[in-house]
Design a protein around this ligand. Structure first.
Ligand SMILES: Cc1ncc(COP(=O)(O)O)c(C=O)c1O
Length: 445
């Protein structure tokens, strides 16, 4: 059957033409109502982990779910495909991809990593000198994929330590270059570089364009950018970035419900035709975007709400770009306010942050292990209603002037604070006061 004849391509006319919409800006009351399902009393300054989804997008999702349940066959044969295409077309424009076939919708960044690494892993079986270069703080689930697809196939991994606290892009570029040079001097062929666009923990905005350019210079075979946190928090232009593969979750900073991500696969990369979804179903062999559009019966509605998300973001001044800019400005302002209140410092300069900032916690908290950091996080949630991820960083060189300190000792704990449209300054005051109270009143021995 011809692609055009396939009834699942449906009758809905898909158009990517931008219609002029005169949208009224969202009011404060409407904004609060969009997030009224958030548990009251919780200072939610961790948008980075699980994102958020406004009421209007959830309503759009429910209506898709209902449409499926009302007449599943019609939904499958005439609505699903063209509307997935509409979502993909919007993403294509948003990220400046050359062709719609470069954009697939998948569940999340973990799935995308499995797709990319499965393809790469097949190449490792022939040559034991093949290696992957990545940051040691790459997301743990992605590292597990490397273990499953690359290490098991005989490939090796070179991990580059991200400098943290970090002062400039040039520090990151220097260590990355060193990692590639080490691969060369050890006689390895770098089959794949994995570069985070915004690392998870510690969180830093990486000079991804520059690192991809270096990879090209150094003849790295393929480059995969794990940009789980990028879309909706930094402008994304995949043409300019120039990687072979680029994944970003839509549910983190782009207001999608759980769970959807886009995976961009550059068409000029010869391997792009070898990409397969790890769940093999009816569409196997028809190209990744189509394979991913039916991987068995399940809920596809998170992938269908991209138009509703666009409507939501366009109610804010400056649309998505305005949201990104304000989130960045606000999260930096809040981090500086807290650092001043506690006498600590930020883990990177503001220009190396998007909508998340690493913020030094007072040394009096005596965080001296990952477990301590995790205990503090749970304690903030359970006793103080503050949701924020924490991070332990042992002192590297206690004799060094550059070792981060406050007036009482070395800063060994950091919080990763986020800012999203629903946050208010009170959320950050609540966090400030909780930490002050823990130091004043609780036994920290
Ligand atoms: C850098 C990075 N990569 C990958 C992931 C995994 O995302 P998901 O759980 O949606 O697959 C995350 C999640 O926070 C992340 O921060």
């Amino acid at each position: 059957m011809d692609k055009e004849e396939d009834p699942r391509n449906g009758g809905d006319h898909v158009t990517t033409t931008k219609r002029l919409k005169l949208t009224r800006l969202i009011t404060e009351t409407e904004l609060r109502s969009e997030f009224s399902h958030h548990e009251p009393g919780v200072a939610r300054i961790n948008n980075g982990s699980f994102g958020c989804c406004p009421e209007s997008v959830l309503t759009a999702q429910s209506s898709w779910q209902l449409r499926f349940l009302q007449q599943p066959d019609r939904f499958y044969f005439s609505a699903l495909r063209p509307n997935l295409l509409r979502s993909r077309a919007l993403i294509q424009t948003l990220i400046n991809a050359e062709h719609i076939d470069e954009v697939s919708l998948v569940d999340n960044a973990t799935t995308a990593a499995a797709i990319v690494l499965q393809q790469i892993g097949r190449r490792f079986s022939d040559n034991q000198n093949d290696t992957v270069v990545m940051f040691s703080c790459a997301f743990p689930a992605v590292k597990k994929s490397i273990q499953a697809y690359v290490t098991r196939a005989g490939g090796s991994v070179i991990e580059v330590d991200l400098p943290f606290p970090v002062k400039s892009n040039s520090e990151i570029i220097a260590v990355f270059r060193k990692g590639l040079a080490k691969a060369k001097s050890d006689g390895h062929k770098v089959r794949l570089a994995i570069i985070d666009h915004i690392t998870s923990m510690p969180s830093v905005l990486i000079p991804v364009r520059e690192l991809v350019r270096i990879c090209r210079e150094e003849a790295v075979d393929q480059v995969f950018v794990d940009a789980a946190h990028a879309i909706g928090s930094v402008p994304v232009d995949v043409e300019q970035i120039g990687a072979d593969f680029y994944v970003s979750n839509l549910y983190k900073w782009f207001f999608a419900p759980p769970s959807v991500a886009f995976l961009y696969c550059r068409r000029s990369n010869p391997s792009s035709s070898e990409m397969h979804h790890p769940v093999v179903s009816h569409e196997y062999g028809n190209g990744l975007p189509i394979e991913s559009s039916w991987i068995g019966t399940r809920d596809y509605t998170p992938q269908l709400v991209v138009p509703a998300i666009m409507d939501f973001v366009n109610r804010f001044e400056g649309g998505s770009e305005g949201i990104m800019r304000r989130n960045h400005e606000e999260v930096v302002r809040m981090a500086e306010m807290l650092a001043e209140a506690w006498g600590t410092s930020l883990g990177s300069p503001p220009e190396m942050c998007a909508s998340m900032v690493m913020l030094g916690l007072p040394s009096k908290l005596r965080i001296s292990s990952d477990e301590d950091a995790m205990r503090l996080r749970s304690h903030l949630r359970e006793k103080y209603g503050v949701e924020v991820p924490t991070y332990y960083r042992p002192p590297k060189n206690v004799k060094s002037e550059s070792e981060p300190k406050d007036k009482d000792g070395f800063i060994t704990g950091y919080a990763r604070i986020s800012h999203q449209v629903y946050n208010t300054v009170e959320d950050y005051y609540k966090f400030r006061d909780a930490i002050n109270q823990i130091i004043l009143e609780e036994d920290l021995s």
